[in-house]
Design a protein around this ligand. Structure first.
Ligand SMILES: Nc1ncnc2c1ncn2[C@@H]1O[C@H](COP(=O)(O)OP(=O)(O)OP(=O)(O)O)[C@@H](O)[C@H]1O
Length: 244
């Protein structure tokens, strides 16, 4: 582990490559995120953004390279250890939401507490539902919610345990402009107020412009997005930029 991949680095990706179905998606991707930093990953459909997010989440393994959470190389952990650590370390927002159909919105947000063996913090969960503008539907079941409403419940659930790392796949993709801004603000507040690190996959350059860093996945490499100079922060993905 080098000097930069210490426990103070919330997420480190080191020389990661992945081929799926015989198709090379990306090669030698490296980046680091510290507490409070936010990164947008932009790129054409099919370029491998979701796959990269899955590797960061420990849901899939890279062909080469390593992923570190707070300095721990996740390939040194077994599947159960990864799942236990993920519960505490990573808040995940998937494109497909994955809400539990037999639980209402509030119960879905409270689920991470139960999985962690804790008593649900009801007031925190209600507050999160309120922040994403969905508290009036807290008793509704996923089948009674629109796609955008389910997406906002999933975002509240990802934040429930206040994880140090949030990985969000198109979290504003199904939302109207007002709700997209609201959700983005909630995610950015988690970075500034609670010191979370955020990786957000998005097709929206406008949404990406609110984050500290913007990287583009293209031609198998992750490199500075052309809009990166809007708000440059040194050191992030310098390695990736050099390789591109
Ligand atoms: N299990 C799999 N087996 C084979 N190919 C796969 C598998 N999963 C994904 N792919 C392919 O890998 C490529 C990258 O998929 P991925 O979902 O990471 O792209 P993406 O950049 O997130 O796309 P989008 O912006 O459309 O969500 C796609 O061409 C996809 O078809």
């Amino acid at each position: 582990m080098n000097q930069q991949q210490t426990s103070s680095t919330t997420l480190a990706v080191a020389g990661v490559s992945k081929t799926l179905g015989g198709v090379k998606l990306f090669t030698d991707v490296s980046l680091q995120l510290q507490q409070g930093q936010s990164l947008a990953v932009i790129g054409e459909s099919g370029s491998g953004k979701s796959t990269l997010l899955h590797l960061m989440a420990g849901l899939d393994k890279p062909d080469t390279g390593e992923v570190y959470w707070a300095g721990t190389a996740i390939h040194t952990l077994n599947t159960n250890q990864i799942a236990a650590r993920r519960l505490r370390h990573v808040g995940l927002v998937f494109q497909a939401y994955y809400l539990m159909p037999h639980l209402n919105a509030q119960q879905n947000v409270e689920l991470p507490f139960l999985l962690a063996g804790e008593k649900p913090n009801h007031s925190r969960c209600i507050q999160l539902l309120d922040q994403v503008g969905i508290s009036h539907k807290s008793r509704s079941y996923p089948r009674e919610l629109s796609g955008g409403e389910q997406q906002r419940v999933a975002i509240a659930r990802a934040l429930a345990l206040n994880p140090p790392l949030i990985l969000a796949d198109e979290p504003t993709g199904n939302l109207d402009e007002d709700n997209a801004e609201r959700v983005l603000q909630v995610l950015l507040d988690a970075c500034s107020a609670q010191g979370c690190a955020l990786v957000m996959v998005t097709h929206s350059v406008k949404a990406a412009s609110h984050l500290n860093h913007r990287l583009n996945l293209a031609d198998h490499h992750l490199a500075e997005h052309p809009t990166a100079e809007l708000n440059p922060v040194e050191n992030l993905a310098a390695h990736a930029a050099n390789k591109a």
